[in-house]
Ligand binder design. Sequence first.
Ligand code: CP3
Length: 344
Amino acid sequence: MKNDLLLRVARGEKTERPPVWLMRQAGRILPQYRAIRNSISGFKELVETPELACEVTIQPVDELDVDAAIIFSDILVIPEAMGLTYEMVESRGPIFPKVIETANDVAQLLKGEAAADHLQYVYDAVALTKKELNGRVPLLGFAGAPFTILAYMVEGKGSKNFSAAKKMMYRSPELAHTLLDAITESTIAYLKRKVAAGADLVQIFDSWAGVLSMHDFRTFSLPYIKRIAQALQPLAPVTIFAKDAFHSLQEIAESNCDVVGLGWTMPVETARAQLGTNKVLQGNLDPCVLYADLPEIKKHCTQMLKTFGCHHIANLGHGVNPDTPLDAVKCFVDTVKAFRYDDN
Ligand code: CP3
């Protein structure tokens, strides 16, 4: 591998600067992405066509010179493989025409290897991208955390208060656990095959972790994330990004994960105080800092890098907003790449 900085940091090595990549780097911030996107039928065609997924995965490596590629896909391929089709509605986001309501709905879902069998297009995209990258940078694979996936399967779309998902958790906890277990088994089978196809690291996105109380996070989310991390860690470094689960940072750090992802509302000093200077952390600039002018971006970014110190993977605290100016994204990446721990 020509640039293995990310892998070295994920394994706990000290390096001269942190590696940098951005969540959602493959997407609408890039004119090359928008051009391809406008020439095809829709988002799912990109995800399901390995040649196209490969092309848009490599675009940010070419354009931004980031230290990692993340395979172009979506967390919602798992519910689809289990039997619940999603639609990506232009400027609204994902919608599930049919949602999970009853024990019978859950019983009809595919799980484990049977679900993972339906995602050959992802493994093909990973294998092709790995080949095309030709060792330039590591390739990240990912999946949603079971709670975040359950939320989509039960709500049918994004939500403000997740009342349908929480109703299931409070009224039918056993059903919620049966569904979480099925998602977990499917996700483990899926991520193992992604690693076998060539993913060098895996990241678990619990995007909606922050809507749960500490007790509910530890009941309905963390145990399932732990099972996935435990199954995957022998195969590849694992990052857990449970956004805004402040209350359980230590428990996350102790769950067979190599890297803990932080949202931007988590103070770096607090995370370091809880987890120590040797735990590898990823994040966490507010994506909206990239709306500032370039000197201001540089200032915020440098301050962040100094506060984290080494054992850090530079990233935003969530996905880059699609309307972020490209020169702002480049300024963020270039600031990290010019930084040296020795000078600071
Ligand atoms: O560059 C990368 O990070 C890789 C690609 C990636 C996408 N989705 C592509 C995408 C990744 C890692 C995801 C994960 C994902 N998908 C998450 C977890 C991360 C997070 O942001 O919290 C979630 C919650 C989803 C579900 C999802 N997919 C939503 C809510 C949306 C609509 C929001 C939006 O930005 O429009 C998507 C669509 C989506 N997934 C797009 C991209 C590039 C935009 C679709 C388009 O091009 O029209």
